[in-house]
Design a protein around this ligand. Structure first.
Ligand code: ADP
Ligand code: MG
Length: 266
């Protein structure tokens, strides 16, 4: 057929190319430029991020991998405006985080990013529906009924909305947490080991739901994971080592991720 073969597919078809190549018109939604984060000072100084340059495009699903202590959480926290960094720049949407004061950063965290944690973090006294709508309520925003319905149906939650967390399975609770993270339509969802507390079958189902959020709702997701099987659901896998991105895999598979981890000795 004609003109618009995505670059990624060309890369894939040509075989062997491992660099994630952004699609031609793909809009960057989060970017870092020479991002450095140093903890402590003197002898106890640790360089957690060492000149990280990375760009995430809207509607992409990225896995961040690497050994413990390689800087995965620090990178997520700096991108999300949760941690101050030492030097460099972070751009989230159209905002440069290093130029914002604490009040503005609070708004970035509230309006531009969503979080999904290993441990669900739902409020036990609220129903699923109330948990999902809570971020809008806190921001004084009205729910968009059509989007709420689309979101809860994409996540298979329609029948569970009036239940409290204790009446839901682990997988259902985590889907409520995903819906809660998505209800504000954030630029990026950060998921830190989202399947860590789920059994393998439920974890796989959750990853499929995350994939649906990307494919059907255009959500951008950045997920930290130790699991090559989880990374294989993403469009891209970054491998961190000692605060640097040492590999960047397009269309990761269990095999390509494991090979890359072995290559860097992780
Ligand atoms: P990962 O999430 O990949 O396990 P982290 O981002 O948590 O890695 O940590 C990267 C490095 O920064 C590690 O050496 C860790 O010990 C150090 N580090 C993380 N948080 C702090 C902190 N609050 N104070 C001092 N050192 C820290
Ligand atoms: Mg971590």
């Amino acid at each position: 057929m004609s003109a618009s073969v995505p670059t990624g597919d060309q890369e894939r078809a040509s075989g062997g190319a491992r660099r994630a190549v952004p699609e031609p018109q793909a809009e960057p939604v989060a970017q870092t430029f020479d991002l450095v984060k140093v903890y402590g000072s003197g002898k106890t100084q640790v360089t957690a991020l060492d000149h990280v340059n990375v760009s995430f495009t809207r509607g992409s699903f990225t896995a961040i991998m690497g050994p413990s202590g390689s800087g995965k959480s620090t990178l997520m926290h700096c991108l999300a405006g949760l941690d101050k960094f030492t030097s460099g720049r972070v751009v989230m949407g159209d905002q440069e985080l290093n130029r914002l004061n604490d009040k503005q950063l609070t708004l970035v965290r509230r309006d531009r990013v969503g979080f999904v944690f290993q441990s669900f973090n739902l409020l036990p006294t609220l129903t699923a529906k109330q948990n999902i709508l809570l971020p809008l309520e806190l921001a004084g925003r009205k729910p968009d009924k059509a989007f709420f319905e689309q979101l809860t149906s994409s996540l298979g939650l329609q029948e569970r909305l009036e239940h409290r967390p204790s009446e839901l399975s682990g997988g259902q609770q985590q889907r409520v947490a995903v819906a809660r993270a998505m209800i504000t339509r954030p630029d990026v969802i950060f998921a830190d080991e989202p399947t860590g507390a789920l059994d393998s079958k439920t974890g796989t189902a959750l990853l499929q739901y995350l994939r649906t959020c990307v494919d059907e709702l255009g959500q951008t997701i950045i997920m930290v994971t130790h699991d090559a099987k989880a990374a294989a659901f993403a469009d891209r896998a970054l491998i961190l080592l000692d605060g640097q991105i040492v590999d960047d895999l397009a269309y990761p598979t269990v095999e390509s991720v494991n090979e890359a981890l072995v290559r860097v000795g992780a």
